[in-house]
Write a protein that binds this ligand. Structure first.
Ligand code: NAD
Length: 445
């Protein structure tokens, strides 16, 4: 599971050799450790004329005790660049974005963060405004491909009236928690955001994580528990031993269940109603692959993947969003898609169908969830170092690891941190998003 190449190029000799041969030079990514500040150095801010998000940005940066600069200093290294482009109304206004970044981008520090804020294209008053706002996607994605040394860039579209709902997203995107997230577009809508304890945002919350006995599910359970949640770890009975180990290590509890069972939604709801009096966070992480090219794929291989990765989640969500369900106000439903569901993949018609379906599930369910004060979002992981990917043939594995802007695979914790951001009470305005955790993989949009 370990990335020997990354270890090699992190040594002085390996760095020299890989540089000489023109090979990729992945930077070991900075990841969050308890007690770390949100930003590790000065943040430079800028704005297009007439922008409206300055006060929100300033409030977050003040709260995280960031050293804020609003004028560039020669020779400074910036841990973050935040540019408010919400005042951009036409393609000629984009010049202001160019001017800010062309003069500062080379001052972004190792594992630095670049965030561009804008108004959503779909809320534009006229086509010219829509064009300019949409154009920022091409800009940020290209910046992501140019940034080196583990730095990331994101574009955040903030709806009119959502200025007060930006904080949790800005914190996440500026912090080391978003180490393997880059080139993403996030949308924030208006929402009532409660006061939260930043150290334990999920205190008093009860969460369900499916497929929690190992891999990404284990990391999700650990991360939600770190944030204060009581986590109910669910997996199939055959995984009972590992499931108990994970639950015990985080002070959680277990629920042994096959999510494809006919009565699974009902049993889940009963479990939470009886033991916990409600449920706050549901993470649909359990997933399987049964790879074969389409002409060789058996009915069983098709059916098993659709049943575990998609139909079971649909059924559980329907039960959760039905009248009288134990899902509490402010509920969070989080799916795990995959970049295969975005780009497609050889041998994965079943898997990619199921994962694209998870994206459809997010988009279709978000308005229903919003009506109950809940949210639905998903992560779409790229190449993550797990047992699943360790079993992939060497050549394909190496391609998966290197074909992204970070030239390395992500870790389960990278997916987990993104899920924890969705799960937080302060992310009430984050609904209907699919965020890739793929180091800006070359595959897909
Ligand atoms: P994994 O195989 O290590 O873990 C999946 C877990 O789900 C296992 O514990 C398994 O027992 C459980 N599970 C399977 N079927 C179940 C069922 N019917 N009922 C209950 N539990 C069931 O996989 P992983 O690599 O940790 O992946 C976790 C999720 O992330 C999956 O949805 C996967 O598709 C997705 N994903 C992984 C990667 C990657 O690179 N590893 C990339 C993209 C997406």
């Amino acid at each position: 599971m370990s990335d020997r190449y990354l270890q090699f190029t992190s040594s002085p000799l390996g760095r020299q050799i890989s540089k000489r041969l023109g090979l990729p030079q992945p930077t070991p990514l900075r990841r969050h450790r308890p007690g770390d500040p949100v930003v590790s150095g000065p943040v430079l801010t800028g704005a297009a004329a007439g922008s409206r998000l300055g006060a929100s940005v300033a409030a977050t940066l003040k709260d995280v005790h960031a050293q804020v600069h609003d004028v560039r200093t020669d020779g400074a290294r910036y841990a973050g660049l935040v540019f408010d482009a919400s005042g951009v109304h036409s393609s000629t206004d984009l010049r202001q974005v160019y001017e800010f970044f062309a003069s500062t981008i080379r001052q972004v520090d190792r594992c630095g963060r670049v965030v561009v804020l804008a108004a959503p294209p779909e809320e534009a008053a006229d086509p010219r405004e829509q064009v300019a706002r949409r154009a920022l996607e091409g800009f940020t994605r290209s910046v992501g491909k140019e940034l080196k040394r583990g730095a990331t860039v994101q574009l955040v579209y903030v709806s009119e009236g959502a200025e007060g709902a930006l904080d949790s997203t800005l914190r996440f995107l500026l912090s080391a928690k978003s180490a393997y997230v880059s080139g993403q577009v996030v949308r924030i809508g208006p929402a009532e955001v409660p006061e939260v304890d930043q150290a334990q945002p999920l205190r008093d919350k009860v969460a369900l994580v499916t497929g929690a006995s190992r891999g990404i599910g284990e990391a999700i359970a650990e991360t939600l528990a770190r944030d204060g949640a009581h986590v109910v770890c669910l997996d199939v009975p055959a995984q009972g031993g590992d499931l108990t180990r994970v639950a015990n290590s985080i002070g959680g509890s277990t629920l042994q269940l096959d999510i494809t069972a006919q009565d699974a939604p009902q049993r889940i709801l009963e479990h939470f109603t009886e033991r916990h009096g409600g449920i706050d966070v549901v993470v649909h992480n359990a997933g399987i692959t049964r790879d074969k090219t389409l002409g060789r794929m058996t009915e069983q291989q098709w059916d098993a993947v659709i049943a575990v990765n998609l139909t079971s989640q649909e059924r559980i969500n329907e039960a959760l969003l039905a009248e009288g369900s134990p899902l509490r106000p402010g509920g969070r439903i989080i799916g795990v898609a995959s970049i295969s569901g975005i780009a497609g993949n050889v041998g994965q018609t079943n898997y990619a169908t199921s994962k694209a379906g998870v994206i459809g599930l997010v988009q279709g369910t978000a308005p229903v969830a919003a009506a109950r004060g809940a949210t639905v979002n998903a992560v779409a992981p790229g190449f993550i170092e797990t047992k699943m990917t360790a079993a992939v043939p060497l050549f394909v594995r190496e391609a998966g690891r290197r074909m992204n802007s970070m030239s390395q695979g992500g870790l389960p914790v990278d997916v987990a941190e993104t899920i924890a951001w969705f799960a937080g009470p302060a992310s009430a305005g984050v609904n209907g998003n699919v965020v890739r955790v793929c180091g800006q993989s070359l595959l897909g949009a």
